[in-house]
Write a protein that binds this ligand. Structure first.
Ligand code: HEM
Length: 399
């Protein structure tokens, strides 16, 4: 077992460790830690706080994600089994969850997303054009974070001049290290600000609906009743978290990958039709989402005797880097026949935004390489990953 884990004996006959998933580390350490644990364990007990189970067998992770009857979304945070907040649709179980997904499905369908392609491509192109006079930048700050956030704001119908403040909130909510915010005050302040912001945007649309996703959502009825302001708020908060961090992290990984694999970079420049598989493979190999579920009954998964009400952590990396599932699982293979990964999750809560995310990632990689085909990592930078979702925090490239 990894030197990063401190053994604590056993719990109900299963190995127990002082395992804290929130710890940061050097680039790729998160994914490599999961490989190491999955090599010897199908599951273990984390003794952090009130304790939770961690499932490290790929097949079992997918099984739990699909079995909403046994594993509920009432809590999706391993450290917080009884949250006082709600995120819609993520923290709903069927049948209410199914109703929300049906309504939201049209907004995020392949057809609706495809209609946005020209706009998505234009926004990406304009942002990259602004970098052409420079000889290098932190690509997360100057491109990867701005691009999907702008698209998301347009989709929701939020004013674009709020981009800067949105990016500050995302930073304070999701990326502060322990040293930067030891008592969590900045994070809490950002949460309150985001919350108030959405309350205001909802109120504005109650008075005067517009042609945007927020207004359309407010016009829906669920079980014959209009959606309350409370539920609208729970929906906005989830969209903010789901849509704002994931695509920037993935663009960061894509540019990191192509900067460190120049032969693959040249291959996609020569033949851009390889980009689609490149994006899928990068999503798979650099998997960073770690969902969690709450057991509804006593059960067993990954060899762990889970009791009703206990939390299980389900790292997607163990399924996506599983040698039983993929040949050369740790390699981005541009010619793989199929990259049948679960980087967007599996089961009823599979990512609602996957078509949009795929479009944004493909466009980002295509437009970047059309304009800046040759680049490298700035030497001597500390590449660290941390935050809720394990992305690289800062990636300086030069060209
Ligand atoms: C590369 C980018 C993305 C990745 C890797 C990703 C990944 C995921 C994963 C793994 C889940 C399932 C979580 C679970 O099972 O608990 C999820 C759910 C979700 N994602 Fe994404 N996501 C991405 C981008 C987006 C975008 C751009 C949006 C919207 C604009 C979005 C909206 C959602 C929503 C609403 C859910 C909750 C679905 C539900 O509960 O039914 N995601 N995402």
């Amino acid at each position: 077992m990894s030197t990063m884990l401190e053994p604590e004996g056993t719990y109900e006959g299963v190995p127990a460790y002082h395992f804290d998933n929130r710890l940061g580390g050097p680039v790729l350490s998160h994914q490599q830690r999961w490989d190491e644990i999955a090599g010897t364990h199908s599951g273990f007990r984390s003794t952090i706080a009130s304790g939770y189970w961690v499932i490290t067998e790929g097949r079992a992770v997918q099984e739990a994600l699909q079995d909403w009857r046994r594993f509920s979304n009432k809590s999706v945070t391993a450290l917080n089994p009884d949250p006082k907040f709600l995120w819609i649709p993520e923290m709903l179980d069927p049948p209410l969850h199914t109703t929300w997904r049906r309504l939201l499905g049209t907004e995020f369908s392949p057809k609706s997303v495809a209609a946005r392609e020209p706009e998505v491509r234009r926004v990406a192109g304009e942002l990259i054009d602004q970098l052409l006079d420079r000889s290098g930048v932190d690509v997360l700050d100057e491109f990867a974070r701005q691009f999907p956030t702008l698209i998301f704001m347009r989709l929701m119908g939020l004013p674009e001049q709020d981009l800067g403040i949105f990016l500050d909130w995302v930073h304070d909510l999701l990326h502060l290290t322990y040293d930067e915010d030891p008592d969590g005050v900045r994070q809490m302040r950002a949460m309150t600000a985001v919350s108030e912001y959405f309350q205001e945007q909802i109120a504005l649309r109650r008075d005067a609906p517009r042609d945007d996703l927020l207004s359309r959502t407010m016009s829906w009825e669920i079980d014959g009743r209009p959606i309350s302001d409370y539920d609208m708020h729970a929906f906005c908060i989830l969209m903010f978290q789901a849509g704002f961090d994931t695509v920037p992290i993935s663009i960061g990984w894509a540019l990191y990958h192509f900067a460190t694999h120049p032969e693959q970079r040249r291959a996609v420049i020569e033949d851009p039709s390889l980009i689609a598989m490149g994006v899928e493979e990068i999503l798979r190999v650099y998997s960073f989402v770690v969902p969690a579920r709450k057991a509804t009954a006593d059960t067993e998964i990954g060899g762990c005797p889970v009791k009703a009400g206990e939390m299980v952590m389900l790292p997607l990396a163990v399924a996506n880097r599983d040698p039983e599932r993929f040949e050369n699982p740790l390699e981005v293979d541009l010619h793989r026949e199929q990259s049948n990964h679960i980087a967007f999750g599996s089961g009823p809560h599979r990512c609602l935004g996957s078509h949009l995310a795929r479009l944004e990632l493909n466009v980002a990689v295509e437009e970047w390489h059309k304009r800046i085909p040759e680049y490298r990592l700035v030497a001597g930078q500390d590449l660290e990953q941390h935050g809720n979702m394990y992305g690289i925090q800062s990636l300086r490239l030069e060209w």
